[in-house]
Design a protein around this ligand. Structure first.
Ligand code: PLP
Ligand code: SF4
Length: 451
């Protein structure tokens, strides 16, 4: 088969909606609503998602459609009405932009404290585009990888993609990670992430990976690539012009004696069904990569145990490893996607019960909160009080990890911040320690600013 049999990548956004033939078959009002929502939320999709993933006979309910096309319900109702009024008649571009910014600002565009607490320093200077939150793993956000082959409507980096936020996490110096490794012997894993680093050309990606492979101390022992390309553009791995080159680069990581982990973001089993994704996964396995799978759980897209059971089973069948189920963050169209933790836990448990042990490698539901990754481990009754059992899978202080603690059961709570300590306690066990860590970090930052 020649390469010309495969489609070439074609991005769609607000500016070329009319190129999506399938949309023409939908009622005009529908397209109008889409255009409104896409003013506020980042929107980008492509010919693979449109032609091979979305089921156009089931619009708007189709989960793949919900995943990449902003929906009217994703905007807060009052603001949506406001925007509709503003858009009536022929408002100037500036007027529209102003209204759009107002709505965006009201949608918690900057969740957590990532910008300050996780930025590593070397000799008193901040290293842009690196993150070091947990001792063993360094994150790299290469500048060229801070976009995606399509955007997920639930993305917590949405503010960055619609230009609200500067690219705070953008590394332009491929040597910086290695210098940082020199100063931090505790780091074993490097995670190259984004956005999606596999939107980068292989040549650009290689500039970040070569210095890691050139090290004499065999660190990092593991290189991870965080990507949604298997789901959104599997042709990246066998049909793109530099796909073979990419495979050579990945193979080099493995032959250097390192573990190569593709941290694959799969949201729905449909993403694992196409011939293209099968072929891409087979190729990755050929070069010796391990594929570990993770996704948030959200309403309208994957909020059923059947979907998760199907997804984990299919991952195992393809030789991939179910790894994390995340709780979606409290940002953007969060209310649209919001699921009570109690329900999330039920879905997780029911799905887990119906796969074999090979599928039960998945950990979750996990909340990436400011103090760490918090696992919702179960619902229990202790001395007559209904509680959530929690524990840290990762913590800013590793001493917190794997210690069980309890929050009052709350059938409305949907995020870690909604939880209160059980048994009448004033605060969770880690909070005093966490305050101390934050105070120390603030001090370091202040010193660094002055230096
Ligand atoms: C999840 C995460 C990691 C990796 O954690 P593992 O449990 O090793 O997969 C590293 N850094 C950050 C900031 C994370 O959120
Ligand atoms: S692939 Fe990840 S970074 Fe990209 S839009 Fe989806 S959630 Fe956001």
């Amino acid at each position: 088969m020649t390469e010309t049999n495969y489609p070439r990548y074609r991005a769609y956004g607000l500016h070329n909606l009319d190129k999506i033939a399938q949309l023409a078959l939908l009622p005009a009002s529908f397209r109008h609503h889409l255009e409104m929502a896409a003013q506020v939320l980042p929107f980008r999709t492509n010919n693979y998602v449109v032609n091979e993933l979305i089921d156009w006979t089931d619009i708007p309910a189709d989960p793949m459609f919900q995943l990449t096309f902003p929906q009217p319900g994703m905007l807060p109702a009052r603001e949506a009405m406001h925007l509709r009024t503003r858009m009536a008649g022929k408002p100037s571009k500036a007027r529209i932009k102003e209204a759009v910014r107002e709505i965006q600002t009201g949608m918690n565009p900057h969740p957590a404290e990532q910008a300050t607490l996780n930025v590593p320093h070397l000799q008193g200077r901040p290293l842009a585009g690196l993150q070091h939150k947990y001792p063993e793993t360094l994150l790299i956000f290469p500048r060229e990888g801070q976009t995606c082959h399509a955007f997920c409507t639930y993305c917590f980096r949405w503010a960055q993609f619609c230009g609200m936020e500067k690219l705070r996490f953008a590394c332009q110096d491929p040597m910086a990670p290695s210098r940082y490794l020199d100063a931090h012997p505790e780091i074993t894993d490097v995670l190259i992430t984004g956005g999606d680093p596999l939107v980068m050309r292989t040549r650009a990606l290689r500039r970040y990976i070569d210095p890691l492979l050139a090290r004499r101390d065999n660190r990092p022992a593991t290189i991870r690539l965080g990507t949604k390309s298997l789901a959104y553009w599997p042709y990246r791995f066998f049909a793109d012009g530099d796909a073979d080159d990419l495979m050579r680069l990945l193979e080099q990581i493995v032959t250097s004696g390192r573990h190569l982990a593709i941290m694959a973001h799969f949201t729905h089993p449909r993403e694992l069904e196409t011939p293209a994704v099968e072929k891409a996964i087979a190729r990755l396995k050929d070069v010796g990569a391990t594929i570990r799978c993770q996704s948030p759980i959200v309403r309208h897209v994957n909020d059923s145990s059947e979907v998760w059971r199907g997804m984990w089973q299919r991952q195992v069948a393809l030789g991939a490893v179910p790894y994390y189920m995340f709780v979606a963050r409290d940002t953007g169209p969060e209310k649209y996607f919001r699921l009570p933790l109690a329900r999330t836990w039920m879905i997780y448990s029911e799905a887990l019960r119906r796969v074999s042990g090979l599928g039960r490698t998945v950990r979750g539901p996990s909340m990436s909160a400011s103090p760490g990754k918090v696992l919702l481990d179960g619902v229990a009754e202790i001395n007559g009080e209904r509680v959530f059992a929690l524990k840290f899978l990762q913590g800013r202080n590793p001493a917190w990890v794997n210690r069980v603690f309890f929050a009052r059961y709350d059938d409305q709570a949907a995020w870690f911040d909604d939880l209160k300590p059980a048994f009448g306690q004033q605060e969770f066990f880690f909070e005093a320690d966490y305050r101390r860590i934050k105070a120390t970090a603030d001090e370091t930052l202040m010193t660094a600013d002055q230096g």
